[in-house]
Design a protein around this ligand. Structure first.
Ligand SMILES: C[S@@+](CC[C@H](N)C(=O)[O-])C[C@H]1O[C@@H](n2cnc3c(N)ncnc32)[C@H](O)[C@@H]1O
Length: 201
């Protein structure tokens, strides 16, 4: 079967419906309002549901993702919601997102092959302003085999102990695995094992 786009995320997103919905992720919706207004970076932001929510809270926000269809949909959602966002098409590995300083960084279901994931996580603390915050929600290894969402490879899934080592310089106030019920459009549906992290430098 021929694919329209080279990037598989573009193929997934290339439809009217938002694959993970237009509403923010449950964890971002719960945790982000507690952060003081600031400049926020959303890594692997996809179709924009979280960054648009953050912009609505008054934050100055930038998304980084390498999906051009994701960007188009995120800008559409921002326009429809009446907020301003900036969305950079960049690869998380080769991108220069850590050459600037941020008040907070959000990673919502950002999953890469393990070596690359480690490199991205290791760069987060260094791009935070003093007192900067990190919010993370991702699928846990215990999600492997469930069909409620997440990458199908065990080594792309996350482990609390490994995350603690990878986020060099981040102090976690909370970093724990739990089971949640996801209702995120067609992308994430059902009971899922996730890791929720709230930390900072
Ligand atoms: C599971 S989706 C999560 C999207 C969004 N955070 C959300 O929860 O709605 C993963 C995202 O990672 C992005 N992504 C994957 N590999 C990437 C890379 N190497 N560089 C930049 N973005 C990447 C994809 O384009 C996709 O939008």
């Amino acid at each position: 079967m021929t694919k329209k786009h080279e990037n598989n995320w573009d193929n997934r997103y290339d439809k009217e419906q938002y694959h993970y919905g237009e509403e923010p992720n449950y964890f971002v919706k719960r945790e982000l309002p507690a952060l003081p207004k600031g400049r926020g970076l959303f890594l692997a932001e996809g179709e924009g549901r979280n960054i648009v929510f953050a912009a609505g809270l008054g934050h100055d926000v930038v998304a980084v993702d390498n999906s051009v269809v994701g960007k188009k949909k995120a800008l559409g959602l921002a326009k429809q919601t009446g907020v301003e966002i900036e969305y950079r098409i960049e690869d998380l590995i080769t991108g220069k997102w850590d050459s600037e300083k941020w008040d907070f960084v959000v990673l919502c279901f950002a999953h890469l092959p393990p070596q690359l994931m480690q490199e991205v996580h290791a760069r987060v603390a260094g791009c935070l302003n003093p007192g900067g915050r990190v919010l993370l929600v991702s699928f846990a290894e215990s999600q492997f085999g469930r069909d409620s969402g997440g990458p199908p490879s065990l080594d792309w899934l996350h482990d609390v102990g490994v995350l603690r080592e990878e986020f060099v310089g981040v102090k976690w106030e909370k970093l724990e695995e739990c089971e949640v019920e996801l209702e995120e459009s067609v992308g994430h549906i059902g009971a899922a094992m996730v890791i929720e992290g709230v930390g900072g430098i």
